[in-house]
Design a protein around this ligand. Structure first.
Ligand SMILES: O=C(O)CCC(=O)C(=O)O
Ligand SMILES: [Fe+2]
Length: 334
């Protein structure tokens, strides 16, 4: 079945009530058959749900644990200390964002989370790295908490492993879109990958429904790789019937969800699905999204396999980086 027909089929049938789990064991395989079977599962999840869990993702457990320990120590610092790396002191929204400083749902009053954001960086920073300087909001210089020297190494280790995973997913998404595996190579050269470490305090007592952990939103990039703390339910995904479906952490998996860059590029064949997080667990919750986008100058023109006479282009063509910049300004620029 053609891609566009698959999309129409799913859009017509009952809304999803669960998020599929895809085993990435075959991701390193060079067998065309293994890769095509894997791409088929990914395609189903992307076209129907826009969310999937992946297991056998290849990120070592101790990288995750070390990053978690380091972020717990960071968020436990005094507010005064964390404010030394406030995002308003940096060019491109890198650094610390306090509770309620972001607002992902314009109907809400702020997101009840605090975060720390950074982008691509080698362990040994080269000061002459022009690529980073020229890459607009996608990159820019990172800042690091001055009083917590081990934080940088711990989170960068996880970041590099997650970026590697993200890069290996692009060929699979290309196959899922009936494109050559290399389609995204020249469009994703500069690792436009932004990571946030997030802390959600527990929400107890009466809940103001206009203040939750992170309000209903779609992500903005191609896809997000999300680690969520085990055993704490917070993330929810909105299906086509407008029902919130829980996306609990599943041991040994990461969540992958698609964002607006992919939705626009694929003419909504790939779904950028609305989601939110509410921490009513009674304890603190931590999560780590890595937002994976394209290079700044990529024009998101509808991919040929995703348009037909029945499915004409839905979106105005924009530059990928401009799209992210507009979203950042709307969410954190107030
Ligand atoms: O913390 C989570 O589970 C979700 C975070 C999220 O959706 C985001 O940062 O875009
Ligand atoms: Fe999100």
């Amino acid at each position: 079945m053609s891609l566009v027909d698959t999309a129409s089929k799913y859009e017509a049938i009952q809304a999803f009530d669960r998020i599929p789990i895809v085993d990435l064991e075959g991701l390193s395989s060079t067998s065309p058959q293994v890769r095509s079977e894997l791409a088929h599962q990914v395609r189903d999840a992307c076209v129907n749900v826009g969310f999937l869990y992946v297991k056998n993702h290849g990120i070592p457990e101790d990288y995750i644990q070390n990053a978690l320990d380091a972020m717990k120590r960071f968020f436990a610092l005094s507010l005064e200390n964390k404010m030394k790396v406030h995002f308003k002191t940096t060019p491109n929204y890198k650094g610390y964002s306090p509770l309620l400083s972001g607002n992902n749902d314009p109907n809400n009053r702020g997101d009840l989370q605090e975060g720390f954001e950074f982008g691509w960086e080698e362990f040994n920073v080269r000061t002459d790295d022009e690529k980073r300087a020229n890459d607009g909001v996608m990159a820019g210089v990172n800042v690091w908490p001055p009083d917590l020297p081990e934080f940088r190494e711990a989170v960068l280790n996880y970041y590099h492993a997650a970026v590697k995973l993200g890069k290996s997913l692009f060929p699979l998404f290309a196959l899922a879109l009936d494109l050559p595996e290399t389609f995204f190579d020249d469009k994703t050269k500069n690792s436009a990958a932004i990571m946030r470490t997030l802390h959600y305090p527990p929400q107890t007592g009466p809940v103001d429904d206009r203040i939750i952990g992170i309000g209903a939103h779609t992500d903005w990039e191609c896809f997000t790789i999300l680690w969520q703390e085990p055993e704490i339910q917070a993330l929810q995904v909105l299906n086509r019937d407008k029902q919130w479906i829980n996306a609990p952490p599943i041991p040994g998996t990461l969540v992958i969800n698609l964002g607006d860059q992919f939705a626009r590029w694929t003419n909504d064949v790939f779904k950028s699905t609305v989601h939110r997080a509410i921490n009513r667990s009674g304890v603190r919750r931590y999560s780590i999204p890595l937002f994976f986008g394209t290079d700044y100058d990529v024009r998101l023109e509808p991919i040929s396999t995703c348009v037909s006479s029945e499915r004409p282009p839905k979106y105005e063509v924009v530059k990928a980086g401009d799209y992210i910049r507009t979203k950042l300004e709307a969410t954190y620029g107030h």
